[in-house]
Design a protein around this ligand. Structure first.
Ligand code: FRU
Length: 493
């Protein structure tokens, strides 16, 4: 790891992280092939970009604890989206400028070829503590050619509520995301005013990435439906006919919401066609007042393009106190299916992690669990089923079967470790589950990415012990597992 000792704020933050590494490493529930910081807290992936053959990944990072606070931007890079090299922290709060947090944002290359980060600057409101934060501003930082060291831009704030030319957004107005359409450089920001949640659109015409003009709302919803749209991403994808489809993703304090449609880059009109929930995985918990709460397990997405459109997200909801908290979901290829809804599939590069393999074909299933001759908590499983009346796949199963993490399908509803999602098969269609288990994280892709559920294996759902490692299949009626293929996956650390 490279340290950046010329910046005392970064040096101090890096030392704080280094001191916690032994504690984080000692926790047996910490994922080993999902990206995560050396230690302490991470949330949203930020500034994800593929440039000159290198994938750059920044992320919301608290170097001072395994809970949210002191938002810095952690930094890593990769040449395959699987193995990551941790780098020096990139962005730090410039306390002397009134900045207490560097919130989420994006990376782009400006007209002079300089790496540029555009993000939300947040200052604590010390005069009115009940307000918590002063009005948010959008700031930029310019990087060295190797993307390693960053300077705050002299023109900051590059966008402020007083001068941005749009509605009087209140509360948070945040998470800039740059995209290109029809040769134009555009940016979206999440904001809300009155009863409206808005994805605000801006354009930069001089390549500077610091001069932006308000162009109206790309998308609006009543706040009663989508409260506040954090982390808007607007991604260009294609459907199986090769038609261009745009996917708007937002994180509205509940599972990530998608809207698929067409975008006219001339009139800047987005015409929605379908919408829904991208990944419904949630944990359930009891709030302090005794009422039930939910926490999305996949949240605050970001996008990058190589020859594909790659979707990244934050896996959240872990127990505090382990010296680490949060990881990134496995990178997914994002496209749109013939039905106009998104498809998410794990990237092929992940196959390099496959080690010992186990395969079995065509087993008739019954209520009595059929134990597979494979076990582990870092597994990839591809399983195809004739569903009959119902099928179940159990992982992290204890020897006596009293504990397990279960995926169950009854022909209409899929239950992934307690998260239920309606899922219909066509006549004669088989159910295909593609499951990744990484210690306390599970990601399940169904029928080539038609559904996707991320679950943290939280205690509220399944109190798994570290040595619960079994895998079993069950079924009712004429259910069969027509093909089961498992691999033990290796650690990337
Ligand atoms: C989403 C989010 C963003 C914000 C960041 C702060 O998880 O709340 O809206 O920029 O996290 O850490």
């Amino acid at each position: 790891m490279t340290t950046y000792s010329e910046n005392p704020a970064i040096e101090k933050a890096m030392q704080s992280v280094a001191a916690v590494v032994p504690k984080a490493e000692a926790d047996p529930t910490r994922p080993v092939y999902h990206f995560r910081p050396p230690a302490n807290w991470m949330n949203d992936p930020n500034g994800t970009i593929y440039h000159n053959g290198v994938y750059q990944l920044f992320y919301q990072h608290n170097p001072y604890g395994d809970d949210w606070g002191h938002m810095h931007w952690g930094h890593a890079r990769s040449t395959d989206l699987v193995n990551w090299e941790h780098l020096s922290i990139a962005l730090w709060p410039s306390l002397e400028l009134g900045e207490d947090h560097c919130f989420s944002g994006c990376a782009w290359v400006n007209g002079d070829g300089e790496p540029t980060l555009v993000y939300t600057m947040v200052g604590q409101d010390r005069e009115n503590p009940e307000q918590r934060f002063r009005p948010f501003e959008q700031w930029a930082a310019v990087g060295s050619a190797d993307w390693m060291t960053w300077q705050k831009h002299p023109q900051n704030p590059i966008l402020s509520l007083d001068t941005h030319g749009g509605p009087p957004f209140e509360g948070g107005w945040r998470d800039p995301f740059i995209f290109e359409a029809g040769g134009r450089t555009l940016l979206v920001l999440g904001g809300s005013y009155d009863d409206t949640a808005s994805v605000a659109l801006y354009e930069c015409t001089d390549g500077s990435l610091v001069n932006w003009t308000y162009k109206g709302s790309l998308f609006e919803q009543p706040r009663s439906e989508l409260d506040f749209q954090e982390c808007p991403n607007f991604a260009k994808t294609t459907n199986p006919d090769g038609e261009e489809k745009w996917v708007l993703l937002t994180s509205p304090f509940k599972p990530v919401h998608y809207v698929v449609g067409t975008f006219d880059a001339e009139s800047l009109q987005f015409t929605p066609e379908t919408q829904g929930i991208l990944d419904p995985g949630i944990s359930q918990f009891t709030k302090e007042d005794g009422s039930p709460g939910i926490s999305p397990n996949f949240y605050a997405t970001n996008i990058l393009y190589d020859e594909r459109c790659i979707l990244l997200g934050w896996v959240r909801g872990f127990e505090p106190g382990m010296g680490w908290n949060g990881c990134m979901a496995l990178p997914r290829e994002l496209s749109v299916g013939a039905d106009g809804h998104p498809r998410q599939t794990p990237i092929a590069e992940l196959q390099q992690l496959r080690g010992e393999t186990y395969r079995v074909e065509d087993i008739a299933l019954s209520e009595t669990p059929h134990m597979l001759d494979v076990s582990g908590d870092t597994l990839e499983i591809e399983a195809t089923f004739e569903v009959g009346v119902g099928i179940g796949l159990q992982v992290r199963r204890s020897d006596d079967g009293s504990r397990c993490v279960a995926i169950h399908y009854d022909g209409a509803e899929l239950d992934v470790a307690g998260t239920k999602v309606a899922f219909a098969l066509d006549d004669g269609e088989l159910l295909k589950l593609h499951v990744f288990i990484d210690k306390s994280v599970m990601e399940v892709f169904v029928n080539d990415g038609r559904a996707c559920v991320t679950r943290i294996l939280d205690k509220a759902y399944a109190d798994t012990a570290v040595d619960d490692l079994g895998v079993a299949v069950v079924g009712q009626g004429t259910a069969r597992a027509t093909n089961l293929h498992c691999w033990r996956l290796s650690s990337i650390y």
